[in-house]
Design a protein around this ligand. Structure first.
Ligand code: HEM
Length: 491
């Protein structure tokens, strides 16, 4: 706990109306100053060998863990993919940050710049975003970032009144489908990934865009698949897939795929947004000073990448966590979901469901859906980790790997264990200061002055409502990361 206290003052985000910068996590002066351990290796060979470790021989978690053990440091130099041979213009050198204290520097807008570093030094072609740099790639020092961020927060605010009713009606459809598949299934249950993505797409189109996909049969049928292809092609060079090696290295991680392969998909969704989401796009122009193209492509990115992509990764891990539990957790969740929150679910209901919220936070802690965050040093500065201090040079790329950061033993007791009630009570509320899945602490507030996820609260509330709905409809469910194998309906 003393460590938590020592971190806390450095983690506060600025009141949104005051300044463009967050306060620096101050260097307290009592830590030993170390050279950053690790090296980038020989030109081309070092990055290639690290890339093979990352994707093939070790996989990301043990890639970072092994180096942390080797250097006895949660801060070290390494390379991250993509690299050699066809990424000659990408610099793979980073300083890895693997504990809560060092990771929190990524939120310090005075010290770090987030321009074009969403997935590291590699940037997917701007063709994937309509030939413009959408807000997620912009630093807060760029005036455009503020316009786009305010636009995104306004979209979420305005959608609040329909958010829960749309969630519930789309969940009705999703679970009806699963039950139907289960009743027909003779083997391993109902595969839920595509039905879930269909649900996510329909729900987000309605809430964020005010658009009903069912008005366009092609979009209703395959909108989610179009987004999957668009997401996959731009992210392939950076994401482990798990197919046969060396095929994955040769065909998926060695070069960037051109946009034209998914231009048809992009145009289909673009037209859908343009025709069915007219009001939102017009607001982007009239109230936030964006051009029509800027409003369109940013809306596309928010819907397809941030929201659809984020939920598509997060919800399966939440379902798996709950559906595979054999410790009696479901019974407690069921009781809480039924005894609290009124007869109709609402954002308010969730406030009375502490355990459900805690399970959502704990799932995000152990399986952060966007595990890597990057930022570039704006200037030379001294960075503190949990046990040492390091000098960072202007221009160096910092790379935080949340999967290990969120298991920092200085902050989380028994960090590898899934503890459903970890985030309950006073101690749990304190720990929310160190839950970083949204590129900021769970106690922070997204604003135009920082780079925290605009959907931070909507994501955790939606996930909590997803669980509450589940246990009002069912007594129990069984399943894994891709299938539901059994459900027992509430009497
Ligand atoms: C489970 C779902 C989601 C996850 C895991 C997620 C995660 C994140 C993360 C990690 C970032 C920071 C990326 C970086 O700069 O390194 C981010 C940014 C962002 N997210 Fe989310 N997000 C989710 C859902 C949403 C939703 C529903 C919206 C609403 C439209 C949204 C809107 C945004 C926006 C606009 C940004 C850019 C913030 C900025 O540039 O200042 N996200 N998100």
């Amino acid at each position: 706990m003393p460590f938590l206290m020592s971190l806390r003052p450095t983690m506060q985000l600025p009141p949104s109306s005051q300044s463009l910068v967050t306060p620096s996590p101050s260097y307290s002066g009592d830590l030993p100053i170390r050279q950053i351990p690790g090296s980038y290796g020989l030109p081309m060979l070092g990055p290639l060998s690290d890339r093979l470790d990352y994707f093939w021989f070790q996989k990301p978690e043990s890639f970072f863990r092994k180096r942390m053990e080797k250097y006895k440091s949660s801060v070290f130099r390494t390379n991250v993919p993509p690299s050699f041979p066809f990424f000659m213009n990408v610099n793979p050198n980073v300083v890895a940050l693997l504990d809560c204290k060092s990771f929190s520097y990524l939120f310090d807008t005075e010290l770090v710049d987030k321009k074009n570093v969403l997935v590291g030094d590699f940037r997917p072609s701007v063709a994937y975003t309509g030939n413009i740099r959408v807000g997620v790639y912009q630093d807060i020092s760029e005036p455009q970032h503020s316009k786009v961020k305010k636009f995104s927060m306004d979209i979420l605010k305005r959608s609040s009144s329909i958010w829960v009713p749309e969630l519930v009606s789309n969940l009705d459809i999703f679970w009806d489908n699963i039950e139907e598949s289960l009743s027909k299934s003779t083997t391993d249950g109902a595969s839920y990934i595509f039905p879930l993505q269909r649900f996510i797409f329909a729900f987000l189109s309605k809430t964020l865009l005010g658009a009903d996909p069912s008005r366009r049969p092609k979009i209703a049928e395959s909108g989610y698949a179009m987004l999957n292809r668009w997401l996959a092609l731009q992210l392939l060079p950076t994401v482990p897939i798990g197919i046969f090696q060396p095929l994955e290295e040769i065909f998926l991680h060695s070069f960037a795929y051109p946009f034209f392969l998914v231009s048809g998909d992009y145009n289909n969704i673009y037209e859908f947004i343009k025709e069915e989401g007219k009001q939102v796009i017009t607001r982007g122009q009239t109230e936030f000073g964006l051009s029509q193209e800027e409003a369109m492509h940013n809306m596309f990115f928010m819907l397809g990448f941030n929201a659809f992509g984020g939920f598509s990764v997060f919800l399966p891990s939440l379902i798996e966590t709950i559906a595979s539990d054999e410790t009696g957790l479901q019974e407690k969740l069921r009781k809480e979901a039924r005894d609290n929150g009124g007869s109709q679910l609402s954002f308010e209901s969730v406030k009375e469901m502490e355990l459900i919220q805690s399970v959502v936070y704990e799932t995000l802690r152990l399986n952060p859906p966007v595990p890597l965050q990057y930022a570039r040093a704006r200037k030379d500065f001294r960075l503190s980790s949990c046990d040492s201090a390091f000098d960072i040079k202007k221009g160096e790329l910092l790379c935080g790997y949340q999967t290990l950061v969120m298991r920092d033993p200085n902050v989380f007791d028994d960090p590898e264990a899934f503890k459903p009630d970890r985030f309950t009570k006073e101690r749990g509320a304190e720990l929310l200061n160190y839950l970083y899945w949204s590129n900021g602490p769970q106690t922070g507030s997204p604003s135009e002055f920082n780079k925290q996820c605009a959907g931070k609260d909507h994501v955790t509330l939606t996930a909590s409502l997803f669980v509450a709905y589940l246990f009002r409809r069912y007594n129990s469910i069984k399943g894994n990361s891709s299938s539901i194998t059994a459900v027992e309906k509430a009497k």
